[in-house]
Design a protein around this ligand. Sequence first.
Ligand SMILES: [Zn+2]
Length: 390
Amino acid sequence: MITREDIRELAQFQVDDELGCALSFYFQPRTPQNKSHREEAILAKDLVRNALREAEKGGKNSAARADLHRILALAESLYGNQARAKAVFACGSRNFWREFDLPPQLPGTQLFVNRRFHLKPLALLLGAQPRVAVALVSRQRARLFDFRLDELREREGLFHAVPRRSRSDGFNGYDAGHAERRVDDEAMHHFKYVAGRLKDEADKGGWEKLILGCQDSHWPEFEPHLHPYVRQRLLGRFSTDLATATNDHIREQASRIMREATGQRRQSLVREVLNQAKSNHHGVTGLRRVLRSLELGEVQTLLVGDGYKAHAVECTGCGHLDPHMVRLCPACGRATRELDDVCDAIIGNAIRLDIELLYVKDDTEFDQAGNIAALLRFRADQTKSSMAVA
Ligand SMILES: [Zn+2]
């Protein structure tokens, strides 16, 4: 499983000498609906073979060739029932090789050869992934799962079981009504306890967003006990029976809720950033403004059009990115180099700086605003001017 630290390591990686290169290989297997898995595996091998031919043509790059041979061997092994997607990041000249299993949700099988790793498919997968927990609750029990990249991992021993007192205890005078009330009472205490534990876990950073599963009839009993803080972070609820729910069922429901919540969040963020930019507040649009805000450390959330690509130059000294194709860096005067697509550099920066990254699809207004935008936590120029006034 790929961790935030892994991704940060990949984002930091950059080849500066002329001979080295960073290879990024993504393999997306067939989905259950699409039976063309064989074709995917063949496509993967073709991609690598083509890259090998290119590398051999140049007559240099022996380290890259070794990497490509190793990726080819891997691609050849991808026949059979490959359920997970794969990503490989390699740089032979630096002895760097990382291989990850991913959920099969990549845009396709792809290979990239560049100075830095191509992280967009990873960012698509992870960008909008907060720490999500799934809690299943019944009147007697509760289970908590970590949900990441479509994988469920149960956290054991978080909730104690409610002691099941036998109904025959007490003395003879107990009637059925008493026993029922006592069971209700126990359920109420249990719900209260589970709600409290969920709040504690959130306070400790155990989760940022929550998905709940319970029987519909239990929800009105449980919901009032949720702390407002927990309620705010609830992405959604699904109907399930804790005693019989399978992991597949839980995963499917959680994925669906996650997708819907991300879609809604993306939509409202796009509207917000466009409004903020129009009123010159905490939003900027267009590459030039976005790059400037990134350099000033103002950016909280970065929104990029799904198919967005742009030329730019990058300073070989200070790393400054500039949309104007200048030969010398305006910041430090060192030489610049051309980037085919500035997104690779931007995504790397966003990951390193822990900036939330969202991709926007099919939004005309966003497209017209330059197809790239950022929501800012502050604006350096406005902070300064307000300080000058004060
Ligand atoms: Zn510079």
